[in-house]
Design a protein around this ligand. Structure first.
Ligand code: PEP
Ligand code: MG
Length: 743
């Protein structure tokens, strides 16, 4: 009998048995042993307390059932559970991990094949076959038992759910992870896992030919999708590698090897979905053992393709609903997927591989979704539906928290909500210090979803509209008409309040999702942003035209990012002025400004102020270039402070020069949204601040509590006393607390 035929017959017999409700596990074990020509088949279930218990056997002594227990990591069965790997051993009893259990009577059996039973990545138990003769099981036999393990997941999960305390299985234990806090905030809710489809409900199929046909259709659909992706990347200027990477991806998609494996599983009796999942989990297993980064990427490609194939198989089926307040866990996450999940109602997101400046983080910040990055192994440890706490202030993720902890966090959430309510009362009030100095508080935005915040927080306008975000979110460059429609919506929502549109700031860390790997060694200092725009003037001109069209005669403000020389600013300005001549009606007023993000510009400030209508400090980039400290590096978070002597000296001088030149100055980096920093900036004379919308009301509240004239004197004293201290934050915080300033 061929291995395929064996597998098909075994699956068919198991299906028959399982169709009868509550077929005892011992009967399943007997069938598995008979079909695999093994003297023994045993099934171990994972019980609360991380213990594997023998629950059924054919071939070992029946009295061992219920008695034989092994901890995870103990014995060969425990080893398979601990590593999650199949063990195939010709001489099990001489393996160093072998644990002798006299009650089983397993002495005569030399060969052992142990396979973990899992569902959705969660360990449920182990299925073992044993033979007297010392031999290595053939690959086909191992694959057959692995497929059987998929089927056993159902009865093992049902069995656990039916016993007291059993429904949690290994989920009983809380797990605490520490990651990088990327977007502040708190979320308490059930876990949903990106890219982890619920286990297919139909594992076996009656008609393999029909399943093969479904597979073929899905493969065709998937290939069409990839072709479209390649076509859409055609004129991407920001990543020359894009096409190459996509072409390589297509080659993997065309590779018959892994598709043949899927087809073989179908021939053995699995449904198309189960066959793809089986092939994908084999790939995952192999991936865990591969160290070579190139190969890992290729394996990751296959995993990704399997995901596309599963999606193509249930094309048309609506996505399952997301529980209210859900927390999304993902290994990796593109901006388009994040937007999609946001639309489905998630309340927070945890990504294993993400940094503050990554695309997903930029979008999450824009959506005010609490987010953690750098949380290793969270996806593997979580089961969809687990309760979780995401603490985006401290960078913690707690899976399956204890009741005490959950209540403590709920209290914190209520405090937050109460504070937010108090702040909401400030939305209509002007931003003013206690002694009457007015500030202009504006919001940073990039998505239309954020526009409602303008009124909600009572902002005076949009001090930074990041035009690249909509493109990052959609994964491609928008054409002129699409851009013009978007910018017009922004101006409509602003209803006469100023909007500072910033031209595309792509490249560096902000690549389109399909732009491929970053090959430059220092992408933040590479060919990015305005440099791309000046080298590809057609691209920049298209955007400028879209902005002018959107204004349709209304006043328009445009600023350029990453300007390093006055000459660059002048060149960009000339492109905008030339474009203005071509668009009718021309804007009522055209203001052209520059971001100050590159330190060299500070030594060309007079020239810049003479040429620009306004300037805005991008403190995120300015800080990274001043201190030579990558803004995305978790290890450097908090190491260098904007509240330090060199930066305050520089900003104060800049404020003086801008005021003398009568050129409006603002600051639009993340730091503007920290109440303490906002107070210091106001004291230095930078009174227009643009920040994420969630920060406006807290900044207003802090400002209202401070006598700015008195604070200025305090700040001067502290600066004088600071000496060589790396930061003034400590003494400033003490002062704020002593004066009841909510920072
Ligand atoms: C900055 O660098 O401070 C800034 C506002 O721009 P971005 O964060 O988009 O680089
Ligand atoms: Mg910047």
């Amino acid at each position: 009998m061929t291995a395929g035929a064996m597998s098909r017959r075994l699956l068919a017999r198991l299906r028959e048995l399982m169709a009868r409700s509550a077929a005892p596990l011992s009967e399943l074990a007997a069938v598995i042993a008979a079909e695999m020509v093994s003297e023994v088949c045993s099934i171990y279930a994972l019980r609360p307390g991380e213990v594997l218990q023998l629950v059924a056997t054919h071939g070992l002594r029946p009295e061992a059932v219920g008695r034989t227990r092994l901890r995870i990591g103990e014995g060969l069965v425990g080893l398979s559970a601990a590593t999650g790997e199949t063990l195939n051993l010709p001489d099990a009893q001489n393996h160093p991990a072998f644990a002798y259990r006299p009650e089983t009577g397993e002495e005569p059996f030399a060969a052992l094949l142990a396979v973990p039973v899992r569902r959705a990545g969660r360990m449920l138990g182990i299925v073992v076959v044993q033979n007297r003769a010392a031999r290595l099981y053939a690959e086909d036999e191992a694959e057959t038992l692995e497929t059987v393990a998929m089927l056993l997941a159902e009865p093992l999960a049902a069995m656990a759910a039916g016993e007291p305390g059993g429904e949690d299985l290994a989920t009983t234990l809380p797990r605490h992870f520490v990651g990088t806090a990327l977007v502040a905030g708190l979320a308490i809710g059930n876990v949903v896992v990106h890219g982890l489809r619920p286990a297919p409900t139909r594992l076996l199929a009656d008609d393999p030919a029909q399943e093969q046909a479904r597979l073929a259709q899905a493969v065709a659909r998937m290939r069409r999708g990839i072709d479209q992706l390649i076509a859409a990347s055609g004129d991407l200027p920001v990543a020359a590698t894009t096409r190459d990477v996509l072409e390589a991806y297509r080659l993997v998609a065309e590779d018959a090897g892994w598709l043949r494996r899927v087809a073989e599983r179908i021939a053995a009796g699995l449904s198309a979905e189960a066959a793809v999942q089986r092939a994908a989990s084999e790939v995952r297993e192999r991936m865990r053992r591969i160290n070579d980064p190139y190969l890992r990427e290729r394996v990751a490609d296959i995993e990704d393709l399997a995901e596309r194939l599963l999606a193509a198989l249930d094309a048309g089926a609506p996505p399952p609903p997301v529980p209210p307040g859900a927390i999304l866990l993902a290994r990796r996450l593109g901006p388009a997927h994040l937007l999609d999940w946001h639309g489905r109602g998630i309340a927070g997101v945890v990504v294993e591989e993400a940094s503050a400046a990554g695309h997903a983080a930029i979008i999450a910040r824009a959506l005010a979704l609490p987010m953690l990055g750098g949380v290793r192994d969270a996806v593997a440890a979580a089961e969809p539906g687990d309760l979780a706490i995401l603490d985006g202030d401290e960078g913690h993720l707690i899976l399956r928290p204890s009741e005490d902890l959950r209540l403590a966090y709920l209290r914190a959430a209520h405090d937050r909500a109460a504070r937010a309510l108090v702040w909401a009362g400030l939305a209509g009030a002007p931003a003013r210090s206690r002694d009457g100095t007015p500030l202009r508080l504006m919001i940073n935005a990039g998505l239309t979803q954020e526009l409602a915040a303008l009124d909600r927080v009572g902002a005076e306008g949009i001090g930074l509209f990041r035009t690249e975000i909509a493109m990052l979110a959609r994964g491609r460059l928008l054409d002129v008409a699409e851009q013009a429609a978007l910018y017009a919506r922004v101006l409509d929502a602003a209803a006469g309040r100023p909007v500072l549109f910033r031209t595309l700031d792509l490249g560096g860390d902000k690549l389109l999702p399909d732009a491929g790997a970053v090959t430059a060694e220092n992408p933040a200092m590479g060919w990015r942003s305005l440099r791309v725009g000046l080298d590809r003037p057609a691209l920049l001109r298209r955007q400028l035209r879209a902005l002018l069209l959107a204004a349709a005669g209304r006043p328009l403000s445009v600023m350029f990012p990453m300007v390093a020389t006055v000459a660059e600013f002048a060149a960009a300005k000339a492109l905008l002025l030339a474009e203005r001549e071509r668009v009718r009606p021309a804007p009522a007023r055209l203001s052209i400004g520059s971001m100050i993000e590159v330190p060299a510009l500070l030594w060309q400030i007079d020239g810049l102020l003479a040429a620009a209508d306004f300037v805005s400090v991008g403190s995120n980039d300015l800080m990274q270039f001043l201190f030579a400290a990558d803004r995305g590096a978790p290890a450097l978070i908090g190491r260098y402070d904007i509240l330090s002597s060199p930066v305050l000296t520089l900003l104060e001088a800049l404020a003086r020069r801008a005021a003398a030149a009568l050129v409006p100055l603002s600051l639009c980096g993340e730091a503007a949204g920290e109440p303490l920093v906002a107070l210091v900036l106001a004291a230095l004379g930078i009174t227009t601040l643009s920040m994420n919308a969630a920060a406006v009301l807290p900044v207003k509240a802090a400002l209202a509590a401070v006598d700015l004239a008195a604070f200025r004197a305090v700040l001067e004293t502290l600066r004088r006393q600071a000496g060589d201290a790396a930061s003034l934050r400590g003494p400033l915080e003490i002062w704020a607390r002593e004066h009841d300033v909510p920072i």
